[in-house]
Design a protein around this ligand. Structure first.
Ligand code: HEM
Ligand code: HEM
Length: 190
């Protein structure tokens, strides 16, 4: 039940999926809100939480990818068309990409900012800066890249969520339920 089988996700993959999904969606909301807060002290503290959770997503995603590489991937139900199979592969790959590229561009903002504010992860670990040019222009470039990529990823995540609901309520297969709890039965008949 801990590991994936050819029909279902195991508990470890399920926990990785939901913990990372929750933090990622929370980060979109936090990022949006913190950039629009006028109280400076509150804004500073929200930025620190945002950076810490962003690094948590990056670290967890790296471990998740290693776990995925060491696991079998559950097969799709026979009822899925070729377009659906290809579409889901592309969307999943894009989401995996987002879990790395979005926090990395965030890290690039912190590393290129002339304010040189040190980055701590949950006030415990100091995160070094990436070796990038430090200037207002570089910071503006990474800020824009981070924002565009974050909102683009949120759009892909929205598509992904709609697809999961479509499988559950329209096609009535077990694609959603196999990501909710481990089960030995094939995806078509749960
Ligand atoms: C899961 C990871 C992350 C997501 C989904 C995310 C998402 C966002 C979003 C949606 C915004 C608001 C953009 C806007 O409306 O202007 C934002 C801003 C920001 N993020 Fe992230 N972020 C992540 C990780 C990080 C990390 C790891 C760092 C730094 C170490 C970071 C640093 C920043 C900074 C400094 C801003 C404010 C930019 C500004 O307006 O000056 N983010 N982020
Ligand atoms: C309410 C929100 C969400 C729902 C209902 C949901 C649902 C699902 C379901 C049902 C699967 C399994 C698909 C299959 O069996 O082929 C899945 C896989 C996946 N989800 Fe989500 N998801 C959500 C949010 C997210 C978010 C926010 C992300 C990342 C930003 C994400 C990334 C992924 C990835 C990368 C996979 C592929 C897992 C693998 O096969 O290795 N999901 N999701």
């Amino acid at each position: 039940m801990l590991r994936n089988s050819k029909d279902s996700f195991g508990l470890i993959s399920i926990l990785f999926h939901w913990i990372i999904a929750l933090i990622f969606l929370g980060q979109i909301l936090l990022g949006y809100l913190m950039s629009r807060v006028s109280d400076f002290t509150l804004q500073f503290s929200l930025f620190q939480w945002h950076k810490s959770f962003g690094f948590l997503v990056l670290g967890l995603s790296a471990v998740r990818l290693l776990w995925k590489a060491a696991s079998v991937s559950p097969s799709n139900p026979e009822s899925m068309t070729t377009i659906e199979r290809v579409g889901s592969r592309i969307v999943h790959a894009a989401l995996y990409g987002a879990l790395f590229i979005v926090p990395l561009t965030g890290w690039a903002i912190a590393s290129s900012s002339p304010l040189l504010i040190p980055t701590y992860m949950f006030n415990l670990v100091v995160i070094p800066s990436l070796p990038l040019q430090v200037s207002d222009n570089a910071e503006a470039f990474w800020t824009a890249s981070h924002a565009y990529l974050a909102y683009f990823s949120a759009t892909i995540a929205a598509l992904h969520i709609l697809a999961a609901l479509h499988h559950h309520f329209w096609k009535k297969d077990a694609i959603l339920t196999r990501m909710l709890r481990p089960s030995p039965a094939p995806a078509e008949r749960r």
